[in-house]
Design a protein. Sequence first.
Lengths: 421, 149
Amino acid sequence: MNAIAQGTDMTIEMAARVADFPILGRPVHGRRLVYLDNGATTQKPQAVIDAEARFYSESNANIHRGVHWLSQHSTDLYDQGRERVRQLLNAAQVEEIVFTRGTTEAINLVAASWGRANLNEGDEILLSGMEHHSNIVPWQFVAQQTGAVIKVVPVTDDGELDMGAFSQLLNERTRFVGMCHVSNALGTVNPVEEIVRQAHAVGAVVLLDGAQAVAHQRVDVQALGCDFYVFSGHKLYGPTGIGALYGRRELLDAMPPWQGGGDMIHTVSFERSTYAPTPQKFEAGTPNIAGVVGLKAAIAYVQEVGLEAIAAHEDALLQYATEQLAGIPGLRFIGQARQRAAIASFVMEGIHPHDLGTILDMEGVAIRAGHHCTMPLMTRFGLPGTARASFALYNTREDVDALVAGLHKARRVFGLEERSA
Amino acid sequence: MNSFGDLRELYQEVIFDHNRKPRNFHALEEATHRADGHNPLCGDQLTVYARVVNDVVEDVSFIGHGCAISTASASLMTEAVKGMPVAEVEVLFKDMHAMLTESHPDRDLGKLEVLSGVREFPARVKCATLAWHTLHNAITQAREIAKTE
């Protein structure tokens, strides 16, 4: 069976999954909702919605507090959630998983804790030109506090990381490398194994931002060899407000806590406090227990569907979308990396992305228009923003067709195309 | 209602005209006032220039880039306020703001009425108000870059 035929089979199989997502049954502006803003957040399957509701109906109590049965039950569910995340990322130990509010908080944790403890004046922080603001601004805070310097790996015209420049920028002063696994604005899949290998060769610690990766491919942090890996539950069909940090045990054990409060302590007196072991040391206060339960259900869902099947389906869909979009006059893709995942970013001559967004919205087609929280990347391409269609397991060829029809309509509204075209 | 339905409420022909051929679209060398405006949500960026003599806006212009709504709003604004006393510009600013965000003011706003459809598209209101906030900042000498918050 050739790749395209296989992709078609996957597409048919996945179409049945639409029914798992109740929101996809609602109309928007009287039209069928065509949700192509999955890079911003994915929709939630009924299994995730039910898991959260069931937690509050049947299991709610605070964790790690309790002699009472319900607290132990809630604690068990929370711990099972951590084990699920360990499985998802294939971390060696469950203690290497720290729950956070999401990717942003996870990066801030690493910057505030590892960064302040380990970076000194003149040390270099190496980021890429395609980072999300969440992997730029926390490092600017740390650079200001420590005197470390931020260096940036440029992006090629095709939207790939300039690996030649990366190798040249790496040196013995490079203490930290922070890169996205998959670019949220362009869909570029970065050669993260090679990045980790080269960074480790100069003794740098590597954080990979997996926010756009975990829902689209299998991730194995041991195989990648990275030191930190971060992601958000809500881009993985899970709830908002929950995400995770993977950190190698030796690093996490050596890092100071970053927020103080209940649950992260061992003993407290006014003279001095001692801290709980990893990972509780990094989880001050009552965590998002229902979020963890929802995230566990989301991971179970994608594992049941199968990450390989999801990747094959989305690759086939992206290929179809690329072919169909290429036929629209005046449309130009931004980011043509050889390895891309689930994202088509483009601009249209004569129509601003924001206007495209509004006209598509009236057709029920939800896309993202703007800078995608990657202002330096937009500046590099000389654009105020792009239109971005980002795909998930429940998207179909009909969704792509609706996008293409909507873009032709936008051209007609703007007088760039006749009705018959 | 034509085949474009509600969209025509937003994208009226006058708006396309001003988007394609923005009026007073240049820097103003003899400007006495200027301000920058930025809508971080969509990246729209513009600079508004004004030459104010004896409390009258004798000349006004803008440069920058943005969507059709923000470009047309800026262009229409420069046509409307040229030659207008500053005090009247401030009243017009308030009336435009009301028309775009809350309810229509008591008086007819002439050609600017083409922007009234924007109110039905909450995500686009800031596109239309950007130029007006920026002009307001320019002539009241506010130092900060105008935001649409």
